[in-house]
Design a protein around this ligand. Structure first.
Ligand code: B12
Ligand code: SF4
Length: 484
C-alpha cells in the first residue's frame, strides 16, 4: 500500500520564496506533523512525504498512491483543497488532518473523503486499516494524546537540504492568549514527553541544527521549569552536538540555572512573544503573564543573551489600542529591549480562538469569503477590521516598523553587538538579512493585496497537472478600507 503525505504550500508565505531570497533557504522548516504521522504508520505501508515548500512535485509523473494524507494550517487550506481535488478526481481517497481540519471540520469534510480532528496518535492506525479495507469513515477524532504515546518522527524520510531538523518535547501551553490556537487545539494541560524519549529522538536527527517546535519549551510553573532543567541536563550529558532554537515565555530569563543548562544543552536562540509594547495591549490579548513581577524586559533580554542565546521578539500589530505610530513604537520598543530580530504580525482572527469569536460577533472579520480567503491568514495581511487603523494604515505601520528596525545601520549595530557578546553573529546576520530581504517581498505582496479587483499574478498558486482552478483573487471588499 502506497501512502503520500503532503504538506501544501502557500505562495503568499514569504519564507517559502527561496528563489526570490536565498536567505529564506535557512527558514524553510520541516513539516513535523507529517514526519510524526509517518512514524505512526505501520511497516506495511510505503510512505513518502511531499513538502511543497521545497517545490511542488510533479504528481502526474509519480506512481499512483492508495491513500493521500494532507496536513494544513489555515493559511494552507486552499492549496490543500486543490491537491485533494486532484487526487479525488483520480479516485484516490484523501484524508486531511491538522489544525485547520480540527477547527473547520465541516468545510474540510466537503472537500475530502475523510477528516481527522485532534491529534493522530490514538487514531491513525485505525484510519489506515479502514482505508486499506475500503471502509474509510467520513470523520475520526484523535482527541489529545498521552505524552507517553508520542512516537519518534521519521527523520529519514525527507531529503537533505533543510537547514534545521525539528523535534517536539511538549504539547500545549499553560497560558491561553486570546489570539492563539494552541490552547484551543492542544489543550491547556501542558504535556511533557519522557526525557529519555526526547534524547533518543534527538539522536535520529541528521541536521546539526534543530528547531524545537514546542509552543513553550519551559512552561510557567515551578514543576515545568524543573522538567526543562532535567531535559537540558540530559541533553548536555548525552553530548548530542546539536545547536537548537525554541519558543519560550519571558520567564526563561528569570532562572540563571535554567539559562546555563539550556546553553550547555545547545540552545542558541529563543523566540519570545512580547506581543505588545504596552501593558494595555498585553491585557487586551490576555497575556498578563508578561506583566508579572513588574518585569524589566530589557534586563530580561540581556540576561538571556549573556548566555550566548539570541532573542527573537514577536509583536502583534492591529490591537484595539494600536493607533497610527504604533509600528514605529513597536520597532523602538524592540530596539530598546535589545532583541536580535523582530517578528511583527498582524492581529489575525484564527478559527477556534477567542479572538475569532469576538471579532466575528463584532462583524470585524474583513476577509471572510471562505475558503478562498484563508490564504491571507498568514498573519502578514490585515484580514480584520482594526479599531484605529484602516487596512492601508495597518500596512503603512508594518512597513514603517520594519524599515525602522531593519535599516542597514541598525542591522550592523546588532551584528556588532552579537560579535562583541559572542552571541551567534552568523545566525543573527542571516536572520536579519532574511527579514530584511522579505520586506521587499512583503511590499510586493501588499501592493497586489491593495488592488481592488483582477487576477493578481503574485498571488496565483502553481496549477496542478490536470488543471484545477487557480486560487481565487484577493477580495478586499468595498468599504473594508474605511475606518471603523
Ligand atoms: C512549527 C510551527 C511552524 C513552522 C512550520 C513548520 C512546518 N513546515 O510545518 C513555521 C515556523 C514555518 C510556521 C509558520 C507558520 N505558522 Co506555525 N506553528 C508551528 C507550531 C509551533 C508547531 C507545529 C508542529 O510542528 N507541531 C508538532 C506536530 C507533531 O503537531 P501537529 O502539527 O499538530 O500535528 C498533529 C495533529 O495536528 C495531527 N495532524 C496534523 N496533520 C495531519 C494530517 C493528517 C492526514 C492526520 C490524520 C493528522 C494530522 O497529527 C499530528 C500528530 O498528533 C504550531 C503550534 C502548534 N501547537 O501546532 C504553530 C501554528 C501551527 N502556526 C500557526 C501559524 C498561524 C503560522 C503562520 C500562518 C504564521 C506565522 N508567521 O507563524 C505560518 C504559516 C506557514 C505556512 N506555510 O502556511 C498557527 C496555526 C493556526 C491555524 N489555524 O492555522 C499555530 C497553531 C500557532 C498559533 N499560535 O496559533 N509554524
Ligand atoms: S504563550 Fe504563546 S503558545 Fe501560549 S497561549 Fe500565549 S501565544 Fe499561545
Amino acid at each position: 500500500m502506497r501512502l503520500y503525505l503532503i504538506n501544501p504550500s502557500n505562495p503568499l508565505v514569504s519564507i517559502v520564496k527561496v528563489r526570490e531570497s536565498r536567505w529564506n533557504r535557512y527558514r524553510v522548516w520541516k513539516p513535523l506533523s507529517l514526519m510524526v504521522l509517518a512514524g505512526l504508520t505501520p511497516s506495511g505501508w510505503d510512505v513518502s512525504i511531499m513538502d511543497e515548500n521545497l517545490g511542488v512535485q510533479d504528481y502526474e509523473a509519480m506512481p499512483c498512491p492508495d491513500l493521500v494524507g494532507i496536513t494544513a494550517f489555515t493559511s494552507q487550506a486552499n492549496r490543500a483543497y486543490e491537491v485533494a481535488a486532484y487526487y479525488r478526481r483520480r479516485g484516490i481517497p484523501v484524508v486531511m488532518g491538522g489544525i485547520h481540519a480540527t477547527m473547520c471540520r465541516d468545510e474540510v469534510m466537503q472537500r475530502t473523503d475523510s477528516v481527522v480532528t485532534g491529534e493522530a496518535e490514538g487514531i491513525w492506525t485505525q484510519v489506515l486499516d479502514d482505508a486499506a479495507h475500503g471502509r474509510l469513515l467520513r470523520r475520526y477524532d484523535g482527541g489529545l494524546a498521552d505524552a507517553q504515546a508520542f512516537r519518534p518522527a521519521r527523520h529519514d524520510l525527507l531529503p537533505a537540504g533543510y537547514a534545521f531538523g525539528s523535534i517536539q518535547t511538549t504539547r500545549g501551553c499553560p497560558l491561553n492568549c486570546s489570539f492563539c490556537s494552541v490552547t484551543a487545539f492542544n489543550g491547556s494541560h501542558y504535556r511533557q514527553r519522557p526525557v529519555a524519549d526526547v534524547i533518543r529522538e534527538f539522536r535520529l536527527i541528521r541536521e546539526d541544527r534543530v528547531l524545537v517546535v514546542d509552543d513553550n519549551l519551559i512552561g510557567t510553573r515551578p514543576r515545568d521549569i524543573a522538567r526543562a532543567k532535567e531535559l537540558f541536563r540530559a541533553m548536555a550529558r548525552a553530548n548530542l552536538k546539536k545547536e537548537w532554537i525554541a519558543q519560550a515565555t519571558i520567564n526563561f530569563a528569570d532562572d540563571e540555572e535554567l539559562l546555563t543548562l539550556a546553553s550547555k544543552a545547545g540552545c542558541r536562540g529563543v523566540f519570545i512573544g512580547f506581543e505588545s509594547a504596552t501593558p494595555e495591549g498585553l491585557r487586551e490579548v490576555g497575556k498578563k503573564f508578561n506583566l508579572r513581577k513588574g518585569r524589566d524586559f530589557r534586563a530580561s533580554v540581556r540576561r538571556i543573551q549573556q548566555h550566548n542565546i539570541l532573542v527573537v521578539g514577536s509583536f502583534i500589530l492591529g490591537l484595539d489600542i494600536d493607533k497610527p505610530g504604533s509600528g514605529r513604537n513597536i520597532a523602538r520598543t524592540a530596539s530598546h529591549y535589545g532583541v536580535d530580530s523582530l517578528n511583527v504580525l498582524f492581529l489575525t482572527p484564527l478559527p477556534g480562538t477567542r479572538l475569532w469569536d469576538r471579532m466575528k460577533e463584532e462583524g470585524r472579520i474583513a476577509l471572510d469569503t471562505f475558503p478562498e480567503d484563508w490564504k491571507y491568514y498568514t498573519l502578514t495581511f490585515p484580514v480584520a477590521r482594526y479599531t484605529h487603523l484602516s487596512p492601508e494604515a495597518a500596512i503603512q505601520e508594518m512597513v514603517s516598523c520594519d524599515r525602522h528596525f531593519y535599516s542597514m545601520p541598525r542591522v550592523l549595530r546588532r551584528l556588532w553587538s552579537s560579535v562583541r557578546g559572542r552571541r551567534q553573529p552568523l545566525i543573527s546576520l542571516v536572520g536579519n538579512l532574511s527579514y530584511r530581504s522579505n520586506l521587499r517581498l512583503s511590499r510586493k505582496a501588499y501592493a497586489a493585496f491593495r488592488q481592488p479587483s483582477g487576477e493578481q499574478p503574485g498571488f496565483e498558486s502553481k496549477p496542478l497537472p490536470g488543471g484545477t482552478a487557480s486560487l481565487s483573487r484577493c477580495t478586499l471588499r468595498q468599504g473594508s478600507s474605511a475606518r471603523i
